[in-house]
Every structure is written in C-alpha cells, then in structure tokens.
Design a protein around this ligand. Sequence first.
Ligand SMILES: [Zn+2]
Length: 78
Amino acid sequence: MAKIEDNAREQRVGLKCPQCGEFIQTSIFELITSSGLQCPACHLRLAIDRMKSKPAIDALKRVKLAQDNLEKNSHFNR
Ligand SMILES: [Zn+2]
C-alpha cells in the first residue's frame, strides 16, 4: 500500500520537445495550472491547448484530487 502511494506522489509526466527532442519533464499540477511549458534545452515555449486537451486535463485533475485525498487520509492516520 505504501509503495503505491509513493509511486503516485512521484509520478512524472512530460512530453518530447518538437524542436530538439529533449524530454520536457513537468508535473501533473503544473500541467493543470500553467498555460505553457518551456523546453530546458532549447527554451522553446509550448502552449498547452486547453480546449483540445480538456479531457486529458480533466483526467489529470481527478488524479490530483485523488492524491490530495490520499495525503489528507495519511494525516488522519497519524
Ligand atoms: Zn527543445
């Protein structure tokens, strides 16, 4: 059980830079809240198309919510 919680918290998401191929690592939280990402290698700015990616963002929001609940529950257990 603890192992699953650790994996959820350390979950990393990202995408490949279309310009240089560098993997741009971000977090679920950042994907939901920010309007764009920047490639760490070539500094290309990528806009997050919120209309097109709405189903994905909604799914990510549910994951985030589940993680928040998980954290609340673990505080209760202490
Ligand atoms: Zn790049």
